[in-house]
Ligand binder design. Structure first.
Ligand SMILES: O=C(O)C(=O)Cc1ccccc1
Length: 357
């Protein structure tokens, strides 16, 4: 086919796409009207997952699952924003990994509130300055982000969804030579994920590792201070114009971070693959078998635990703990309900949401 003819066909498909997208939007609007009359929420991650799974099964063309997800997540976000503009808070400045995570789910059309700390993200969602907040919760090499886990217990918020992001770190600096570098800025969890690199290049040198609130803030500082460096994303390096000296310096190339989307008063309907997160503050944990008895309730009902993390209760000088527990299933499932009823006030459910593998 001639180039001109190919372009003509592409233009014609674009026209059809536009028309179909407009038609889709009229139906979304009608759903929105029905929902408003029922007082329900417009963001439905479990419904979006259902649509994406169905499209993936239908797909016989050239698009990969990732491509389908990227296109349709953007369509969903645009539709939600036309219905009801949504503001999303994330850990900034721009170019942080949390920024990437937020955009991957909420697209280019949402309004973003860029905040300096994880704590301020929780606060903005609590006070409803933002409808949703995106926070990192754990890394598959390094474990949990303590600040996020502790805030989940302190604040009365819910988990609407989870998402996973591959993480690749770059080492960036204005300096031409490593010997001129005096300080390295990054987020605490990022230093730990690049420990081999830091040992290999900087063990013998007198270099300060300075933890800051985010890797993108680190990149900004590295731009301002030529005798410093930062560990950050490629995107942050480009955004703040700091040259990349080493790429992919993470200890593991399978490095992934899990993020949560938090919201106030959010409840998901059941999907076919849900996960639930709860906080267990069990009484008498100094006695033998208390945790065992609790976990046995899950075992007896065939519920698969995916995570248990103990965190200090911070009660006086004691060494006592509460637990963040995650498992497969939805809080409306009968076996899960039985456990919730049995342990009543000792458990706080943070949410059931679509499980991402
Ligand atoms: O500092 C950032 O860029 C963040 O968004 C937090 C973070 C840091 C390292 C890995 C994943 C998330």
């Amino acid at each position: 086919m001639e180039l001109q003819e190919l372009r003509k066909r592409i233009d014609s498909i674009d026209d059809q796409l536009l028309e179909l997208l407009s038609e889709r939007m009229t139906y979304v609007k009608q759903v929105g009207e029905l929902k408003r009359s029922q007082q329900t929420i417009i963001y439905r991650p479990e419904r979006e997952k259902q649509i994406l799974d169905r499209l993936d099964r239908q797909n016989k063309g050239l698009l990969s699952r990732n491509a389908i997800d990227a296109i349709f997540l953007e369509i969903f976000a645009v539709a939600r924003n036309l219905e009801l503009p949504e503001r999303i808070a994330y850990l900034g400045p721009e170019g942080s990994f949390t920024h990437q995570a937020a955009e991957s789910r909420f697209g280019g059309m949402s309004e973003y509130l860029v905040l300096p700390t994880i704590h301020s993200i929780f606060e903005s969602v609590e006070t409803e300055r933002a409808r949703f907040g995106v926070v990192p919760i754990e890394n598959n090499q390094e474990g949990v982000v303590g600040e996020t886990v502790d805030l989940l217990r302190e604040k009365e918020l819910h988990i609407a969804a989870e998402l996973l992001l591959p993480i690749h770190f770059a080492f960036v600096s204005q300096s031409d030579s490593l010997s001129q570098i005096r300080r390295i800025y990054s987020k605490d969890i990022a230093f730990r994920q690049c420990s081999k690199f830091l040992r290999e290049y900087f063990e013998d040198q007198n270099i300060e590792l300075i933890p800051v609130e985010s890797t993108s803030k680190a990149a900004k500082l590295a731009f301002q201070e030529p005798d410093s460096a930062a560990i950050c994303s490629h995107i942050a390096a480009r955004l703040y114009a700091v040259p990349v000296l080493f790429d992919n310096i993470n200890d593991s190339d399978q490095n992934r971070t899990r993020f949560l989307i938090i919201s106030k008063n959010f409840q998901n309907q059941k999907s076919h693959s849900d996960k639930t997160t709860l906080i267990a503050n069990l009484p008498n944990t100094h006695r033998p078998g208390v945790l065992f008895d609790f976990l046995k309730d899950f075992y007896d009902r065939g519920i698969n635990l995916t995570k248990i993390e103990s965190r200090p209760l911070r009660q006086g000088s004691s060494f006592r703990y509460w637990f963040l527990v995650e498992f497969e299933g939805h809080y409306e499932d009968v076996p899960v309900k039985e456990i919730l009823d049995k342990h009543g006030n000792n458990l706080k459910v943070l949410g059931s949401y679509v499980r991402i593998s």
